[in-house]
Write a protein that binds this ligand. Structure first.
Ligand code: HDD
Length: 721
């Protein structure tokens, strides 16, 4: 809503009244935001679109009541014996209000505590129907989804832009029950066996003595673990790349990581890996930018996702599968499909797109939806099954177990956000927070009292009920056991820990490799114990000599020699983020620096052109309010380069904060447009007039030039000169 539009009307409120600042005594619409805090023009009020169906019982009407519905006259003063007290125990409203408040928090997730989520829709194109009988993957099937993105290590209040893997968990509310794909933005995992999960997390979380550092991998225990459990080296290499610093949740790939088994209508099985591909491309922040944002806007990713959806810039992902034959050995080109520390390069198995997801609705209540959503890799639908990947097998236990503690009992599936959109007829009863009022007397099977209901498909009723394979039941696929010994051993193929770390590093472009090298130098530079640093350098020596040499030099240590013969493989260009492609710029933010003298018509036309391109312009001025009638979104006090994808300077503003903004934008490889009248500034910030990614000229030329540079994400040439 813009500043000058009418206040939102609530039912029963007088038709129109001026915004009041006094305490309201009768219902009316919310106050409009200040001009400098209102969103850009493309924003729309969310009220109508965020109403969540299916959770009817929430704060209706205008009268304040207790939890029992008793109307209240006063919620600001305790009941006292006389004006000066003491307070009386009989004040039930006081006790109810404070008791409820005391219990408002629930335990945060032991991992992935920090997250942001959105509702969406998945539309299948039918390409998967040959491999799976899953109804939501049939041609044209439309399925509601809820996606929660997260960091792994940080607490609930930690910063968004830390160096970390990101969770990408999707709940599909299919006609056959809930299907959860609980993935990450990195296609491999740290460990091969779930039994080590508590260990890697203990190592990654803050040190137990002082509880520092928060949400970081740059500390001794993390590097101790990954250098001792060398299977973690591949994932760690991804963590040192810009994949671990996403520009936006909207610009992240997602991966199911494990190999899953699909079953088609004929019962034929296929092995697959799942991929999410963002239509906006996969893009990162620079490390310095990520660190600055962690202080300036710790909610950066959360805000970016919500703002983009509110502005109508709905993020989209194509959903794809890599398909492998379900052979006895479960190997593909020698790669063990059960090893979650290995990828299958897309050059060997291309990703086949099977549908598209659009996120188009923000949650209306963080706690009810984003916090209480409960994912589980074992929430499967007919046509999709697990494999024996030992990491996945352990996960099948962990998620249900953790939800019972986190959500206070076994009935969390009844919470609105977790409720399937398919019919439920279970025989689960009672328990903490039971909200269903079950009828009938026989929650067991078989029974002769409740009419025999509910019947398992294919078993009871059989032919009379027409129950067949297609009756909608989940059918367990018979599996051959490879060996008939009980053992704690793993296959020999799991012992290759370095070849794919090398494959990933050598597949990157020079600028991406530079960032990886700098990341290792930074992280290992934070490790106190030299023995750990040296052990990690020995791992790097087995991966790539040049990488190892760079990092060793930065640390002032000798580069060790390799200790293993590591096989080479063909580089996989599909692993690069810097591709030379041009990507949609929808939802990108561009700052327009102006002052009181700037031609208002030029500012208006710059904003219009940017809007028309789907970009959000943010007018940056010496003060809030308006400039020539144009609303100001950021004053020099609140503006920061790191929330902008590009900067356009229309005013010769020599304010030191603007100069710093320009220096940072330049250092972070962002497109910069400087109008002729402001060009003298360039000398102040030591940006050469011929610098790559710098556009000068009149307003139209600089806006056009910046819009031409934005689709490439960054001006990488600046880093490689
Ligand atoms: Fe996990 C949460 C992803 C291995 C145990 N995991 C969690 C979330 C994501 C992942 C995205 C957050 C879900 C949400 O937004 O609510 N986890 C992964 C991936 C893994 C993986 C991609 C490997 C391929 N996880 C893994 C293992 C274990 C766990 C091996 C335990 C043996 N994960 C959990 C958990 C969490 C969780 C403790 C914490 C909160 C929750 O489940 O609901 O059960």
């Amino acid at each position: 809503m813009t500043a000058d539009s009418d206040p939102i009307q609530v039912p029963g409120a007088p038709a129109s009244e001026p915004p009041a600042v006094d305490e309201p005594t009768r219902p009316r619409g919310p106050l409009p935001p200040k001009p400098d805090q209102s969103g850009p023009d493309t924003y729309t009020p969310t009220g109508a679109v965020t109403a969540t169906p299916r959770d009817a019982v929430a704060q209706q009407g205008e009268r304040l009541t207790t939890a029992q519905g008793l109307p209240l006259r006063d919620t600001d003063h305790s009941l006292k014996a006389g004006r000066r007290g003491p307070v009386l125990l009989q004040d039930h409203h006081l006790r109810e209000k404070i008791t409820h408040f005391d219990h408002e928090r629930i335990p945060e997730r032991v991992v992935h505590a920090r997250g942001a989520a959105a509702h969406g829709t998945f539309v299948a194109n039918g390409e998967a129907a040959a491999y799976t009988r899953a109804a939501f993957l049939k041609p044209g099937a439309v399925t509601e989804t809820f996606v929660r993105f997260s960091t792994v290590l940080g607490s609930r209040g930690s910063a968004d832009t830390v160096r970390d893997t990101r969770g990408f968990a999707t709940k599909f509310y299919t006609s056959e029950g809930v299907y959860d794909l609980v993935g990450n933005n990195i296609p491999v995992f740290f460990i091969q066996d779930a039994i080590k999960f508590p260990d890697i997390i203990h190592a990654g979380k803050p040190h137990p003595d002082r509880e520092i550092p928060q949400a970081q991998s740059a500390h001794d225990t993390f590097w101790d673990f990954v250098s001792l459990h060398t299977e973690a080296q591949h994932h760690t290499m991804w963590n040192m790349s810009d994949r671990a610093l996403p520009r936006s949740y909207r610009m992240m790939q997602g991966f199911g990581i494990h190999t899953f088994r699909l079953i088609n209508e004929e019962g034929v099985t296929t092995l697959v890996k799942f991929h999410w591909r963002p239509r906006l491309g996969t893009h990162g922040l620079t490390w310095e930018e990520a660190q600055l944002i962690a202080g300036k806007d710790p909610d950066f990713h959360r805000r970016d996702l919500a703002d983009a959806i509110e502005a109508g810039a709905f993020p989209e992902w194509d959903f794809g599968i890599q398909v492998f034959p379900d052979t006895e050995d479960q190997l593909f080109h020698g790669i063990d499909l059960l090893d979650p520390t290995k990828i299958v390069p897309e050059e060997l198995a291309p990703v086949k797109v099977v549908g598209t997801m659009t996120l188009d609705r923000n949650p209306s209540n963080y706690f009810a939806e984003t916090e209480q959503v409960a994912f589980h890799p074992g929430h499967l639908v007919p046509g999709i099954d697990v494999t024996s990947d030992p990491l996945l097998q352990g996960r099948l236990f962990s998620y249900l177990d953790t939800q019972i503690t986190r959500l206070g009992g076994p009935n969390f599936a009844q919470l609105p956000i977790n409720r399937p959109h398919a019919e439920i007829n279970d025989m689960l009863r009672d328990g903490m927070h039971q909200t269903a009022v079950h009828s009938g007397v026989a929650p067991y099977h078989p029974n002769s009292l409740d009419g025999g209901c509910p019947f398992p498909a294919m078993v009871t009723g059989g032919a009379e009920r027409g129950a067949t394979h297609d009756d909608g039941a989940f059918v367990d696929v018979p599996q051959h056991l490879a060996e008939d010994v009980v053992t704690r051993e793993q296959p020999a193929s799991f012992d290759d820990h370095f070849s794919q770390a090398r494959l990933f590093y050598r597949s990157l472009t020079p600028v991406e490799q530079l960032h990886v090298k700098q990341a290792y130098a930074f992280e290992l530079g934070k490790v106190y114990e030299q023995a750990i640093t040296e052990r990690q350098l020995r791992c790097l020596a087995n991966i790539d000599a040049e990488l190892c040499g760079f990092v060793a030099e930065q640390l002032g240590l000798p580069a060790p020699a390799p200790t293993e013969q590591v096989p080479d493989s063909e580089p996989s260009p599909a692993l690069r983020m810097v591709t030379g492609d041009r990507w949609p710029v929808s939802g990108r933010q561009v700052g327009i620096v102006v002052d009181d003298e700037t031609d208002a018509a030029a500012v208006a036309s710059a904003r219009e052109t940017l809007h028309a391109a789907g970009v959000t312009p943010l007018v940056v001025a010496p003060h809030g309010g308006t400039i020539g009638g144009v609303p100001v979104q950021r004053s020099f006090h609140t503006a920061t380069s790191v929330e902008l994808d590009a900067v356009i300077v229309l005013a010769p503003a020599v304010d030191p904060r603007v100069l710093e903004l320009l220096r940072e934008a330049f250092r972070h490889d962002k497109a910069i447009g400087v109008a002729t009248e402001a060009q003298a500034l360039l000398a102040d910030v030591a940006i050469p007039p011929t610098a790559p990614g710098l556009v000068t000229g009149d307003t139209a030329a600089v806006v056009g030039g910046v819009l031409d540079l934005l689709p490439s994400h960054r001006v990488w040439e600046r880093e490689l000169v």
